[in-house]
Write a protein that binds this ligand. Sequence first.
Ligand code: AMP
Length: 466
Amino acid sequence: MTKFTDLSLDPKVLKAIEETGYETPTPIQAGAIPPALEGKDVLGIAQTGTGKTASFTLPMITMLGRGRARARMPRSLVLAPTRELAAQVAENFDIYAKHTRLTKALLIGGVSFGEQDKLIDKGVDVLIATPGRLLDHFERGKLLLTGVQVMVVDEADRMLDMGFIPDIERIFQLTPFTRQTLFFSATMAPEIERITNTFLHAPVKVEVARQATTSETITQGLVQFTPSRRDRTASEKRTMLREMIKREGEDCTNAIIFCNRKVDVDIVAKSLKKHGLNAEPIHGDLDQSHRTRTLDGFRDGSIRFLVASDVAARGLDIPNVSHVFNFDVPSHSEDYVHRIGRTGRAGRKGTALMIAVPADGKLLDAIENLVKQEIPRLDPPELPKTERRSRRGDRKDREEAPRAKTEDAAETPADTAPEKSAEKGGGRRSRSRSRRGESSNGSQVVGMGDHVPDFILRSFAETKAH
Ligand code: AMP
């Protein structure tokens, strides 16, 4: 088995690794570090959690130890798709370079240009950046990329998803043709293949796991159910989620809960909180300091549930995440691999559970085709009766109303008109909606279409109450 001392790394780097407590290089490290140190281009196909950050930072630090920083001309460049990921690379760099005198700057949105300019003016060895922010700096004329000897592209497949490929191509063209490129992606989409064919020179390909494989330390499960009505899908999924969390009991020390849409991230977090669970949302619309605070809270255990969008949580290295819940089946099948890879990291055990409704059928097929396995089906937890009753007229139903309106109207004509007013109105209207659409014993009023006169449905009890 390869040892770190076999890898020709700078002794200062080896010392830092020893202090970190790593015993042996991970497969991506053992595969990528030697060719990187020989100055070759590397194409690493590896997902997060495999130790890929160190597989490029360790050789970079070793190679950079041989030269000096020059003003406004960074010697190396790491591009990451999100602020969090860039910040995480910077943290890794600080750990592994702590016995060297190398300097770095982190160029991400949400941090003032002034501070970043000062560092660049002085000269940095490593520039870690998101593509857009790097180009902003470049266009302000504060930065020259002609001194870049090593360029790293991390999480290229996510760059593709986020539409950064044109930026990446432009950045490649701004750096010298002779630069060395270390390029990492979890999957090799055709567009990624094209970029690597264009910009990498005879790369050494290091693939640590089959494309898009899921870690064996992660126990997966799928809960499928058919919502009682389409417009109740999300609220019933929230109930299901709580019951699934309950069923995991103490094994679920903490969890990341993924939703496909930012709006649902907020709703799910709010709903969990309302039910007494310690949850916070994280997505791209929250400002940087808020996101950092939330992540810190999740890392130190003061927040138990992190409700997240893919972009915000992508590549985050948070050790000891016991569970991942997919509140939604991800629309890109590769995201399933990334999401569940937040648990079961570095050989630890983890559990990844997903909720699916019949409408998710196609997406689910795509995921199972990609990971080449069937996700084990679990019995749905029993939903509490009280939940079912209290869901009538639940505020959250209104939040779903705009999306579900047409289907709803087709199924239950009597509900259509009040649904419209509920969209605009406050809580009281919503409550009366459910009473108007249902008789006092809860059954639907049928046969009068949209033309039920309002007074017929008005509840006397309610009138008295006001
Ligand atoms: P990454 O894939 O870069 O996000 O790394 C995943 C996790 O593995 C991080 O928590 C690293 O600190 C950890 N790690 C990296 N290299 C090693 C190693 N050789 N041995 C044990 N843990 C490691």
